[in-house]
Write a protein that binds this ligand. Structure first.
Ligand code: BGC
Length: 755
C-alpha cells in the first residue's frame, strides 16, 4: 500500500510545487527536488540546498525602529549547488523542454529513501535514450548526498557526454510581496576556494557576516566505455566532463559530501575530502541497504495505517516521512517551519516544533525528541538575555522565531509578543518527563528551564483584584494581537508555573545534592516557588457568562464579528489582503487559539464549556494558518463531531500533496504534518498523556475499517489497532502497565486486550 509518491508534471506551477514535494533530506542536509539538467530558459525554479541552521546574519531594516527591536536576524543560507548534471547525446543537450518526451515519471520511494526520475527522450535530431536520475540523502552518513544516473541508448548514438558541476555562486530566493518569504538579502555567500585534488573536486563557501563556512567535495564514478574525462573551473564553480561511447548503457555516480564549520570545525574542506574518501569502497547498493534498514526501523514504530483510503494513506506516510527528513538530529539544530524543503520563513524555528512536530517523535522515537529539547536548552541563556532586553528583571523569554537564539521577528505584534512560546517549550519538557519518566533529565535540564520560564510569567504578569493577569501579549491567533489575558497564554503559563514547583520537588526528592547546586545556580530565593504556586492558583481566565464560553482574551468578544461568508474566496488568506489593524478590530481568527488550549490542557475546563467554545470559535476561524485544521479535528473528535473531525483531518493529510494552501513551492508545512499525526493519534485515538497516566478514547471515523499505530511510553512499545467494534492494545515491548480506555483503568500485560 502507497509507499510511493509519483508525478509526471511538466508545467511550471506544478514543477515548483514538486521541487518541495520531492525534496530529499535527513535533518542535516536538504536538497530541493530540482532537475539536475535545469529548465527551459524562461522558467522559474527555486534551486536550493540547505544545511540545517547554517545561516548568515542580516540587518533588519525598519522604517521606525523602537527600543528592543532586534537589529539583525539569522537567515538560512542556500549553499552551493551540487545537483547539476548535463547529459548530451551526440552534442544535443538533454532537457525535458526540448525534443519529445515519450515517457516521463518521477517517484519518491518513502520505504527505500530515495527519489527517481525516468525520461524516455527523443532529441530534436532524433537521438533516443532512457535517462534515469536517482538521488538520495543518507540517513546513515548525514553529510552524504549521492546521485546516480543511468542512460540507456535507444537509437544509434556515437557519444554521450555527462557534465557534472558544482556552483558556489548561489543566492537565496526572495519574494517582496509575500511576508512568509524573505524580501531581500539574496546573496549571502562568497566562494573562498574552488579545488580539484586527484579525483575529488569541490567548493568552499563562506557567509558574509556570520562567517560560517560550508564545503562540498564531489567525486564521480563511471561505468560504461569512457573515452576520456576532463575538468575545468572558474572563480565560483568546477565542472567535470565524461565522454562515453554511445553504443552501450552507462552509469555515472556523483558522490557529494557537505561539511560546515558549525559542526565539523574549521577545516571544512579537509573534513569533506576525508569523509568522501572514507566512502570510496562503499557502493550505491550498500548505501541503499543502509537507507532501507534505517527506514525499516523508523516505519516499524512510526507508520500509521488506515484501511479504505489509499490517497489519505499516501498523505499520512508522506507527512511522517517529511518529518523524519526535516528533524535536526544533532544538538545544533531543530526543525524549521518548512523543514529543509524550501526557504519560506527563512529556516527559522518556531513554536511549531514543540506543539506540533515534537509530539510524534516523543511518542515514537524519544531520542530524537530529547535532542530537540537539548537544542532548546542550549538557547536558554539567549532567552534570558532576550527577557532582559525586553525589560524583564528575570526569566527566560524564548524568541518567536530563531535559529541560534536571537529574536528574528521584525513584526512584534504577531512575533515577539507571542510570549506563549516560552510556555510551549516548558510544556514540551514536562511532556518528555510524563512520557518517558526520565527523572535524570528533569534534574539535569528540565527543572532549570521550567524555573527560568516560570520566572518570566511572574515578571510579565501581575496581581490585581486577587487575580494573576498577563497583559499585552499575543496568543497563537495572529489576527488578534497585543491583548490582555489571552486564555491560551494564561492557561499554558499556569501549567508552566505549577510544573516549575513540581520539578523542583522531583529534584529535591531524587537528588538532594543536585537540588542544592541547582538552587545555587538559579539563585532561587526561598519564597519564589510559593510565588509560582500562588500565581498559578490565582491565574485569571476571561469567561463570558452570557455565551458560557472562555473568551479568547479580555476584549475579543466585544469586537465586531467578521463576515466570513461574505468574504470572497480570493481574499483568503486575509493577511495578504487586509491591513493587520483591520483584522485586529474584528472577531476573526487565523488559527486555533482557545480551542488549542482545550486540547493541550483539557482538564482546565469542563466539557460543556469546551463544546460551546468550540462551536463559537469554529465560526470565526479562517484556518489561514495550516496549524489550525488538526486542532479542530482533534477537538471535534473529542466532542463527538464525527464528520467535522474527519473533514478537518482530510485538510491536514494532503495539504502539501494537493497544494491546498497554494504556497507549497516555498516549502512544506511541517507543523501541519505533525498535526496529521496528532489528529490520528490524539484525535481519533483520543490519546492524552497526563500525570494520571496514559489515556485513550478511540473513535474510529465511519469511513474507515481500521486505524493502526504504535506509541512508546515509559519504555514500552504499544500497538493500537482500532476497528469498528473494538480497539486492541498489544504490549510489544516492556513491562505490563496500567492505562485508561475511555476513562476505565485497565492493565496491559503481554497479551493483547480488546475493548
Ligand atoms: C502561523 C504561526 C506559525 C508560523 C510558522 C504562521 O502562519 O500563524 O502560528 O508559527 O506560521 O509556521
Amino acid at each position: 500500500m502507497s509507499w510511493k509518491i509519483t508525478s509526471n508534471a511538466q508545467d511550471q506551477s506544478q514543477l515548483l510545487v514538486d521541487e518541495s514535494l520531492f525534496s530529499q533530506g535527513n535533518g542535516y542536509l536538504g536538497v530541493r527536488g530540482n532537475f539536475e539538467e535545469g529548465y527551459a530558459k524562461d522558467m522559474k525554479s527555486i534551486r536550493g540546498t540547505y544545511i540545517n541552521a547554517f545561516h548568515d546574519i542580516v540587518p533588519i531594516e525598519y522604517g521606525e525602529k523602537l527600543f528592543g527591536f532586534p537589529d539583525t536576524q539569522q537567515k538560512l543560507v542556500n549553499v552551493m549547488d551540487t545537483q547539476s548534471i548535463q547529459v548530451s547525446l551526440d552534442g544535443e543537450v538533454f532537457s525535458l523542454f526540448t525534443g519529445d518526451v515519450l515517457d516521463y515519471k518521477r517517484l519518491l520511494h518513502m520505504d527505500k529513501g530515495y527519489a527517481e526520475r525516468t525520461v524516455h527522450w527523443r532529441s530534436p535530431g532524433g537521438k533516443e535514450a532512457e535517462i534515469t536520475f536517482n538521488r538520495l540523502i543518507s540517513f546513515v552518513h548525514k553529510e552524504l548526498f549521492v546521485q546516480w544516473i543511468e542512460i540507456k541508448p535507444l537509437s544509434e548514438i556515437e557519444e554521450i557526454h555527462v557534465e557534472s558541476s558544482i556552483n558556489g555562486g548561489v543566492t537565496n530566493y526572495v519574494d517582496a510581496d509575500d511576508p512568509r518569504v524573505a524580501s531581500g538579502h539574496a546573496k549571502r555567500l562568497h566562494v573562498t576556494d574552488v579545488f580539484t585534488e586527484g579525483d575529488v573536486s569541490g567548493v568552499v563557501d563562506e557567509t558574509e557576516v556570520s562567517q560560517l563556512q560550508a564545503a562540498a567535495a564531489v567525486t564521480l564514478r563511471a561505468a560504461g566505455s569512457v573515452i576520456d574525462r576532463g575538468s575545468s573551473s572558474d572563480a565560483e564553480s568546477v565542472r567535470e566532463t565524461l565522454r562515453f561511447s554511445g553504443d552501450q548503457p552507462i552509469m555515472v555516480e556523483k558522490w557529494t559530501v557537505f561539511t560546515d564549520t558549525y559542526r565539523h570545525g574549521d577545516e571544512v574542506k579537509h573534513e569533506a575530502i576525508t569523509r568522501l574518501k572514507g566512502l570510496s569502497e562503499t557502493s550505491i547498493e550498500h548505501i541503499l541497504t543502509g537507507q532501507q534498514s534505517y527506514l525499516d526501523e523508523f516505519w516499524k514504530t512510526a507508520d500509521i495505517q488506515i484501511s479504505g483510503d489509499d490517497l489519505l494513506q499516501e498523505g499520512i506516510r508522506f507527512n511522517l516521512y517529511q518529518l523524519l527528513q526535516s528533524v535536526g538530529k544533532d544538538p545544533k539544530s531543530n526543525i524549521a517551519a518548512k523543514g529543509l524543503s524550501g526557504e519560506g520563513y527563512e529556516g527559522h524555528y518556531f513554536w511549531d516544533t514543540e506543539i506540533y512536530m515534537y509530539p510524534p517523535f516523543l511518542m515514537t522515537d524519544p531520542a530524537i525528541a530529547k535532542n530537540l529539547l537539548l537544542h532548546r536548552f542550549s538557547l536558554l541563556d539567549a532567552a534570558k538575555d532576550r527577557a532582559k532586553e525586553m525589560g524583564h528583571r528575570q526569566g527566560a523569554l524564548f524568541p518567536w522565531r530563531t535559529i541560534t537564539g536571537g529574536e528574528c521577528s521584525a513584526f512584534f505584534p504577531a512575533g515577539s509578543a507571542q510570549y506563549h512560546i516560552s510556555a510551549d517549550i516548558a510544556y514540551s519538557f514536562i511532556h518528555y518527563y510524563l512520557t518517558t519518566g526520565d527523572r535524570s533529565f528533569m534534574i539535569s535540564h528540565g527543572a532549570e528551564l521550567l524555573v527560568e520560564t516560570a520566572r518570566l510569567w511572574i515578571d510579565a504578569g501581575h496581581m490585581k483584584d486577587d487575580q494573576f493577569r498577563i497583559d499585552d501579549v499575543t496568543g497563537p491567533d495572529e489576527y488578534t494581537c497585543i491583548v490582555n489575558n489571552n486564555y491560551y497564554t494564561n492557561s499554558m503559563a499556569k501549567y508552566n508555573l505549577e510544573w516549575a514547583v513540581k520539578a523542583m520537588a522531583i529534584v529535591k526528592e531524587d537528588d538532594p545534592s543536585s537540588y542544592e547546586s541547582l538552587v545555587r545556580k538559579l539563585g532561587l530565593e526561598g519564597q519564589e516557588l510559593d510565588q509560582f504556586q500562588a500565581a498559578a492558583m490565582k491565574m485569571y481566565y476571561p469567561y463570558d457568562d452570557t455565551l458560557g464560553i472562555q473568551a479568547q482574551d479580555d476584549t475579543f468578544l466585544n469586537k465586531q464579528v467578521w463576515d466570513l461568508e461574505k468574504t470572497p474566496k480570493e481574499e483568503f488568506p486575509l493577511l495578504l489582503h487586509y491591513h493587520p489593524l483591520t483584522l485586529y478590530r474584528y472577531q476573526v481568527c487565523k488559527q486555533a487559539d482557545t480551542v488549542l488550549s482545550y486540547f493541550l490542557l483539557e482538564d482546565e475546563a469542563d466539557e460543556e464549556t469546551i463544546r460551546r467554545s468550540y462551536d463559537y470559535y469554529e465560526k470565526v476561524t479562517t484556518h489561514d494558518s495550516s496549524l489550525s485544521y488538526c486542532v479542530f479535528s482533534i477537538m471535534a473528535a473529542k466532542l463527538g463531531y464525527e464528520n467535522k473531525a474527519y473533514h478537518y483531518f482530510i485538510e491536514t493529510a494532503r495539504l502539501d500533496l494537493d497544494n491546498t494552501h497554494k504556497n507549497t513551492k516555498d516549502g512544506l508545512h511541517m507543523a501541519n504534518m505533525g498535526g496529521t499525526w496528532l489528529a490520528l493519534v490524539s484525535g481519533f485515538g483520543g490519546m492524552r498523556v497526563k500525570e494520571t497516566g496514559l489515556h485513550f478514547a478511540p473513535r474510529l471515523p465511519k469511513e474507515w475499517d481500521e486505524l493502526r499505530f504504535h506509541i512508546r511510553y515509559h519504555d514500552r512499545l504499544i500497538a493500537i489497532d482500532m476497528t469498528t467494534n473494538q480497539t486492541e492494545y498489544t504490549l510489544l515491548e516492556g513491562e505490563p502497565l496500567h492505562f485508561f480506555h475511555h476513562g476505565e483503568e485497565l492493565e496491559l500485560v503481554s497479551t493483547a486486550i480488546k475493548h
